[in-house]
Ligand binder design. Sequence first.
Ligand code: 4GY
Length: 276
Amino acid sequence: MTESKSPFWHVTVLTLFPEMFPGPLGHSLAGKALEKGTWTLEKLDIRSFTRDKHRSVDDTPFGGGPGMVMRPDVLDAAICDAKARQAAAGLTPGRIVYLSPRGRVLDQALVREIASEGCLTLLCGRYEGIDERVIEEHRLEEVSLGDFVLSGGEPAALCLIDAVVRLLPGVMGNVETAGEESFERGLLEYPHYTRPPVWNGRAVPEVLLSGHHEKVRAWRLEQAEKITQGRRPDLWSDYLASRPAPKVKKRRARRASAEPTKTTATPDGNGGSDEG
Ligand code: 4GY
């Protein structure tokens, strides 16, 4: 029996630099998955949607100011073509994302959402950006990788696609890896070690050599929590808020006020004390 399996995920990229794709995503795990057809990539060259003899995609900003702005008519033609091609391929057109520092900041929850949707369109801007009317007309969703400015949306698009593709079924070598990593629980990663057990006078923490899986698990969780608490207070408070309230041991009624209670209501059970 021949089976032609449909891809798990499709992305259309609108760019002035189609030769930048798949770029790094043509290698390693993402590249293998692309070859297997786990995901598909369509690149559309925005310049191919120009109609004037100079093939211009940009023009000077109304109101003056530096730089150039990408023209709405050219972008509209590109976006409409992307939608038409997706429809012709039997795909349900998903969201259209414009990579921009103005957007909602990408996080793992949004990556998971996008991975579950089957079809994505990415618009990569250049120059000073795109005409605002295109954002309104096509309900573009602005997504940002963070508070810094790239010279174009392409590197951001590559990052977003990479984050999505590694979540697709069968892409990661170890199926468990993606779901088990600390970040999926809202924590930063615990420290990793491999051979040799002593390197430059630095020993691997003993518990990791002990073979006690339960102790290893507990140690890693503790490390991930400490690192998150120290480096990313924003993630730490989300983590605390999302954890089930700790079970408070019922004390005997008459002892309840006998001593001042030492622990505050932190789920980590160490009373919020902060070592190291
Ligand atoms: N940061 N996150 C980002 C970016 C480049 C000029 C508008 C970012 O996602 N994209 O800096 N993009 C600019 C370049 C046009 C987008």
